[in-house]
Design a protein around this ligand. Structure first.
Ligand code: ATP
Ligand code: MG
Length: 216
């Protein structure tokens, strides 16, 4: 097993609303999990908890025998750079850098492993599979929403993480672009990785082997 979420509960500081409680989930190698539920039900919050970015109010998140919220800064930064990729709900990019540079920037994250040459080759390969190779020299403001989303996915995968967490990777995109993304993510999980997605898109459920549903 790659990741184990054990009985987590979440209430944001300065808020009295408990968003969810007692949620458990196991992510195995080769698994594809969809997190669904209405807007505001806690999908993005759960992904941030599961990825080691936001400490839950109660419960634990264990990545390969290490409790993500008990680690020192160095170790968690190593895990975030190399083992858990994250595609945020927004497509934030560095505007003054082109697409290739935006992707490669994540290969240079603090504590990232592997050579730059190797990462450059990998960037080209991922871009080709995601059908964005013709965009590598362009700037983020010259791209459409669906193209930016694919750049954001390529960036999160540049260091070959074992777990990919993606927040609404196909929401608002046309069916064809959504299919390119889902087929790509499905292939990625087949290489013994785990994919965890939050989504409003019912198409995703055709690919998922597990579904966690939140209610308001
Ligand atoms: N930093 C924060 N502080 C306080 N409350 C927050 C914070 N971030 C989110 N919330 C609240 O937590 C709840 C869950 O938000 P979350 O973003 O996890 O929902 P979601 O299911 O991802 O929604 P959407 O489908 O719109 O993306 C919402 O009521 C939101 O207002
Ligand atoms: Mg969300």
């Amino acid at each position: 097993m790659l990741l184990e979420v054990k009985g987590i509960e979440m209430t944001y500081p300065k808020s009295d609303r408990k968003i969810f409680e007692n949620i458990s989930l196991e992510l195995d190698e080769g698994s594809f999990t969809a997190v669904t539920g209405p807007s505001g039900s806690g999908k993005s919050t759960f992904l941030a908890n599961a990825g080691g970015y936001l400490k839950p109010t109660a419960g634990k998140v264990i990545f390969e025998n290490e409790d993500l919220y008990e680690l020192n800064d160095k170790r968690i930064s190593e895990i975030h750079a190399n083992s858990i990729g994250y595609v945020p709900q927004s497509n934030a990019m560095f505007k003054k850098f082109n697409v290739l540079e935006n992707i490669l920037m994540y290969s240079e994250l603090k504590d990232a492993k592997g050579s730059f040459e190797e990462k450059k080759k990998r960037a080209g390969e991922i871009a080709e599979k995601l059908k964005i190779d013709f965009l590598l020299k362009r700037y983020p403001y010259e791209l459409s929403g669906g193209e930016l989303k694919r750049v954001s996915i390529a960036r999160a995968l540049i260091n070959s993480p074992k777990i990919l967490i993606a927040d609404e990777p196909t929401t608002g995109l046309d069916r064809e672009t959504g299919k390119i993304i889902l087929d790509f993510l499905s292939d990625y999980r087949s290489e013994k990785n785990a994919v965890l997605l939050a989504t409003h898109d019912d198409e995703v459920l055709k690919y998922a082997d597990k579904n966690v549903h939140f209610r308001l």
